[in-house]
Design a binder for this molecule. Structure first.
Ligand code: ADP
Ligand code: ADP
Ligand code: ZN
Length: 220
């Protein structure tokens, strides 16, 4: 099954995509995670992306489109994939359509997660990430067993630079201007499935699985 998670920063895309990826045994492809690794590794792409990410702007379309096209050709995507944080502009969605035709694949559902701005800001300001394995936590809503330490790998947790309040607001504006139009885009293609992003992490995951039930049956 080939899926897209769409939603504003902090909606819970990464959290839900990660759980679903384990249940369905298909990879989660997070352009944000891939870009952060490239920044840390200091690759030419990372160097180019860093200033955009630090300022809360979107990275240019051609950079992320290239990342996704390469990633989708890897063997682990053959039985499905979950795109988390891509596409984020209409141009990216058009480029994705074209590459899927080339790869003889198609998207089955676009899961659109909605959460109001106040809750988004609370979620983003408490978000912490593992510096080694990238797992996300929340200081209040999804805390690690030991404060500041990743449950999975024992490495330290950090707060992303772009999760600070000024950058957060800029990212929301980018979302409403450039990404929100994809809701209509995928509604027209009859792929949109709206999921409430409000509730506990487990409740939302159950709603997603229930929403996908029919397609999972058809695929098996
Ligand atoms: P969030 O989890 O808050 O939605 P991400 O980790 O997905 O944020 O993205 C962090 C940053 O990486 C974005 O603010 C943007 O600069 C860059 N980025 C990630 N995905 C894309 C994309 N598809 N197009 C452009 N920029 C992207
Ligand atoms: P996104 O990938 O959409 O930017 P994340 O999955 O990183 O969002 O979630 C943002 C923050 O909110 C994280 O700190 C995460 O632990 C927390 N979070 C995710 N889902 C929920 C939820 N249903 N209720 C409360 N907090 C949540
Ligand atoms: Zn970890």
């Amino acid at each position: 099954m080939n899926l897209i998670f769409l939603g504003p920063p902090g909606a819970g895309k990464g959290t839900q995509a990660s759980l679903l990826s384990k249940t369905l045994n298909i990879p989660q492809i997070s352009t944000g995670d891939i870009l952060r690794s490239a920044v840390r590794a200091g690759t030419p792409m990372g160097v180019r992306a860093k200033s955009f990410m630090d300022s809360g702007s979107l990275v240019p379309d051609e950079v992320v489109v290239g990342i996704v096209e390469e990633r989708l050709q890897e063997a682990d995507c053959s039985s499905g994939f979950i795109l988390d944080g891509f596409p984020r502009t209409v141009a990216q969605a058009d480029a994705l359509d074209a590459m899927l035709v080339r790869l003889c694949k198609q998207i089955e559902h676009v899961l659109s997660m909605s959460v109001d701005d106040e809750e988004l800001l609370t979620r983003i300001s408490g978000r912490r990430m593992c510096e080694k394995c990238g797992k996300g936590y929340h200081t209040l809503f999804d805390p690690p067993k030991v404060a500041g330490i990743c449950d999975l790998c024992g490495a330290s947790l950090y707060q992303r630079d772009d999760d600070k309040i000024e950058t957060m607001r800029k990212r929301l504006v980018e979302y409403y201007n450039k990404t929100a139009p994809l809701i209509d885009y995928y509604t027209e293609k009859k792929l949109l499935c709206t999921i409430s992003g409000v509730g506990t992490i487990d409740e939302i995951q159950s709603n997603i699985l229930r929403g996908l039930e029919g397609s999972l049956r058809d695929n098996s």
